[in-house]
Design a protein around this ligand. Structure first.
Ligand SMILES: *Cc1c(COP(=O)(O)O)cnc(C)c1O
Length: 374
C-alpha cells in the first residue's frame, strides 16, 4: 500500500528533537505566548521576508483576523466585496463571510487551477475592495497580473498561502535575485495554516499572518488575544486565537527543514511529469521553477469513478481536493444559482496522487508504473 500521505513517517524524522523540546517546554512552566511563539514569529517572518508574523490558532482564524483587522482600521467596510477563486478550499470563503464581507467567486484557469486574472477583471465593480488570492495546491497565483489590477483599482491583496509555504515568485527572482519574494510577501497581508498535512505542519492546529504593515500587525496581535495589547485592557472586540506554545515548539524544529522538504516535493513532481505518460490522464501545469511547492499533485481524468476503483485495486492512496465546489455546498446556498463551469469541471475530474517529502524512489516508481498501466 502506498499511502497518500504518511504523516507518522513525516514527523518520526524529528522524534528525538521533539521529545527534547517537549521536555524543555514542560519544564519551562510557561505555556501561553512564550518564547517559542516569539521565536517562531521572528523566524517565520524572516523566512517569508516580511517585517511581521503573528501566530494564530489556525489558518481560518489567520484569514478572518486579517479581514476583521482591516475593518477595525477602517480600510474595509462591512459588506465590501472581496474577490476569491471559486475552486478554493471553503475556508477562504468562510473567512470573508465571517468577517462581515461579501465573497465574489471567480473562475480559475483549467491548467494552473489558480484564479484567472481575465475573469477577475470582469467581476470588478465599485464595491470590490480586496482580492483574496489562493496559491492552490502550492503553486503561486499570477501575482504580477493581480497586483497590477489591484494597484490600478486600489484594492487590497491578501494571500491565502495555506498551501504554499516557501514558494518563490519566479519573475521577481530573476529580476532582483537578492530580493526575491516568497509566498506571504506578495500582497498586503497573507495567512498561513500549519495544519498537520500542510508543507509546514504542526502536530495539531496552528496558523499565522505575515505582513509588512505595522498597523495591521499590531491590530491582529491584539485581536487574537481578546483585543488586548496590555493585560486586562481591551482596545477592541477580540477573539482568543493565539498560536499554541507547544505547536510553536514543534514548528520551530520543522521550519529548518521546510526548504529541503519542498525541494523533495518538486523532485517527485518532476519525476511524475517526466515519467507519467497516459493520454487518459491530464498532468498539472508546472513552470519548472521555485514558484510551486507541490502541496498536492493534482491530475485530471474523465472517468474518475473508474480511475478511483483502479487505484484502490492497486493499493495506491489518493484523495480529491475537493469533491464538492463551495458554490454547491448547502452552507453557501446563496451561490447555488451561479454558474462556474470551469470550477465544476475541475471538481468532477481531479484526483490528488501520493506526494510527500518522505516518499521513496521505489514508491514513486510504483505510482508511475500503476498510472501508466491504467
Ligand atoms: C488548510 C487551508 C486553510 C485553513 O487552514 P486551517 O488551519 O485548517 O484553518 C485555508 N485555506 C486553504 C487553501 C487551506 O488549504
Amino acid at each position: 500500500m502506498i499511502k497518500f500521505l504518511d504523516l507518522h513517517k513525516i514527523n518520526a524524522r524529528f522524534d528525538k528533537e521533539f521529545q527534547e523540546r517537549f521536555k524543555n517546554f514542560l519544564d519551562s512552566g510557561y505555556y501561553i505566548l512564550g518564547s517559542e511563539v516569539e521565536r517562531f514569529e521572528a523566524d517565520f517572518a524572516a523566512y517569508c521576508g516580511t517585517e511581521f508574523c503573528i501566530g494564530t490558532a489556525n489558518g481560518l482564524d489567520a484569514l478572518t483576523l486579517v479581514f476583521k483587522s482591516y475593518i477595525h482600521l477602517g480600510r474595509l467596510q462591512v459588506d465590501d466585496e472581496v474577490i476569491v477563486p471559486a475552486n478554493t478550499y471553503i475556508a477562504s470563503i468562510l473567512s470573508i463571510i465571517n468577517a462581515g464581507l461579501r465573497p465574489i467567486l471567480v473562475e480559475p484557469k483549467l491548467d494552473t487551477y489558480n484564479i484567472s486574472a481575465e475573469e477577475l477583471i470582469e467581476r470588478l465593480n465599485p464595491s470590490t475592495k480586496a482580492i483574496l488570492v489562493v496559491h492552490l495546491y502550492g503553486q503561486l497565483a499570477d501575482m504580477d497580473a493581480i497586483n497590477a489590477i489591484a494597484k490600478s483599482k486600489r484594492l487590497l491583496v491578501i494571500e491565502d498561502a495555506a498551501q504554499a509555504h516557501g514558494a518563490i515568485d519566479g519573475s521577481r527572482f530573476e529580476a532582483q535575485s537578492s530580493k526575491f519574494r516568497k509566498a506571504g510577501n506578495l500582497g498586503d497581508a497573507a495567512a498561513f495554516s500549519f495544519y498537520p498535512t500542510k508543507n509546514l505542519g504542526a502536530l495539531g492546529d496552528a496558523g499565522a499572518v505575515t505582513t509588512n504593515d505595522r498597523d495591521l500587525a499590531e491590530t491582529i496581535k491584539a485581536m487574537r488575544n481578546y483585543g488586548s495589547s496590555e493585560k486586562y485592557v481591551n482596545e477592541m472586540i477580540g477573539v482568543n486565537s493565539r498560536l499554541d506554545e507547544l505547536q510553536a515548539t514543534f514548528l520551530n524544529v520543522k521550519l529548518k527543514h521546510l526548504d529541503e522538504d519542498n525541494a523533495k516535493r518538486r523532485a517527485i513532481a518532476k519525476r511524475y511529469l517526466q515519467e507519467i505518460e497516459n493520454r487518459k490522464l491530464t498532468l498539472p501545469f508546472y513552470s519548472g521553477g521555485l514558484d510551486h511547492v507541490f502541496h498536492l499533485f493534482v491530475i485530471r481524468v474523465d472517468d474518475r469513478v473508474d480511475f478511483e476503483t483502479y487505484l484502490q485495486s492497486r493499493n495506491i492512496g489518493f484523495l480529491i481536493h475537493y469533491p464538492i465546489p463551495p458554490h454547491q455546498q448547502n452552507a453557501l446556498s446563496m451561490f447555488s444559482k451561479n454558474l462556474y463551469p470551469i470550477t465544476e469541471e475541475i471538481h468532477k475530474t481531479i484526483v490528488s496522487i501520493p506526494m510527500s517529502p518522505v516518499m521513496t524512489d521505489a514508491e514513486i516508481s510504483t505510482v508511475v508504473n500503476v498510472l501508466n498501466a491504467y
